[in-house]
Design a protein around this ligand. Structure first.
Ligand code: AKB
Length: 315
């Protein structure tokens, strides 16, 4: 197995690379990113190449030269950034996906491209959101995710490309920071509380969203791609979740360990509207039944582990 991770320098890629190295062997994993400083950072702990995934020629060359047979396409502008520049979000998110699909078709690669809870919108049932339901997102990020799910299923049915993916909720992690997402507050709060004991939240206190702790997200990436294809009735994309909470609930949990922590709200209207349009809680039964998805981290375990890790990191 030879695996290429494109967009490897972001929040997921930074931790997916060591997870893949541990699972499939260091020499079999190649990290690719657009920016030279990120490639330099990645190259300290993995094989790394500079690559613009929207450049089809350069992308094909890497696949050919490195004899790649599985791709994780993590290239994306996230929800809040996408609203600042919708045209660029479409160009980057869909450009990288279309190239990944075409290349996978040509070179016989299996392809994982994460979708998101952002693929849902206001008209989606918000509680226990089913696997198959109304998908009419209100953001450009969501429009890209729904289009991506449809295109990925199209390439599977029409050309037999082995496309698989999950709808990630907010991912909480202590490696690289997320950037430009609506769920970022649930990571940023840990840094601010450990650093200065205060956090000003851009999301309303009672706005619920699904979340996953990074170790569970990494397992989803590998367990789905290694799953028996005969058991998959769905492909693009599976609902996955581990917990659903509002800022108020998360902050109360943090306060159990940092009693002096202080929380304020300064609502960002764009992020608040996005959060409001997304599900409050997903139903991930299909992922559980079709490939054995089972999260290991809940709110209380995640909060304790995050505080420990961020204290070490900032010490
Ligand atoms: C975002 O907030 O945009 C992402 C996501 C849920 O896809 N973290």
């Amino acid at each position: 197995m030879k695996i290429l991770v494109v967009g490897a320098g972001g929040q997921i890629g930074t931790e997916l690379i060591p997870h893949l190295q541990k699972t499939y062997g260091e020499d079999n994993i190649i990290a690719a990113d657009l920016k030279s400083d990120i490639v330099e950072r990645l190259s300290k702990s993995s094989r790394a190449v500079m690559l613009d995934a929207t450049d089809a020629g350069a992308y094909s060359e890497v696949i050919r030269e490195q004899k790649i047979n599985r791709i994780y396409n993590l290239v994306a502008l996230l929800s809040a950034t996408g609203e600042k520049n919708p045209q660029i979000a479409w160009k980057i998110n869909m450009g990288a996906l279309l190239n990944s699909l075409e290349i996978s078709k040509e070179y016989g690669c299996a392809l994982f491209t994460p979708s998101s809870i952002g693929a849902f919108g206001e008209s989606t049932p918000h509680t226990k959101t089913p696997q198959d339901t109304v998908m009419r997102p209100n953001t450009m990020y969501g429009v890209c995710k729904v289009s991506g799910e449809l295109l990925s299923d199209y390439y599977y049915h029409r050309f037999g490309v082995d496309t698989r993916s999950v709808r990630f909720p907010g991912i909480i992690s202590n490696g690289a920071l997320p950037g430009g997402g609506t769920t970022d507050y649930a990571v940023e709060v840990f840094y601010e509380i450990v650093k200065i004991g205060n956090f000003t939240c851009p999301i309303p206190e009672n706005s619920f969203m699904d979340m996953l702790y990074m170790p569970d997200a990494l397992r989803a990436c590998t367990e789905l791609m290694d799953a028996d294809p005969a058991k998959l009735r769905h492909r693009n994309s599976f609902n996955v979740t581990a917990m659903s909470f509002s800022p108020e609930i998360l902050f109360a949990e943090i306060k159990k360990h940092v009693p002096g922590a202080n929380f304020n709200y300064d609502i960002d209207p764009v992020k608040a509207a996005i959060a409001d349009s997304w599900p409050d809680s997903l139903d991930d039964t299909c992922a559980r039944e079709e490939w054995g998805w089972k999260p290991e981290w809940d709110l209380s375990g995640m909060v304790q582990d995050m505080l420990k890790a961020i204290r070490v990191k900032l010490a």
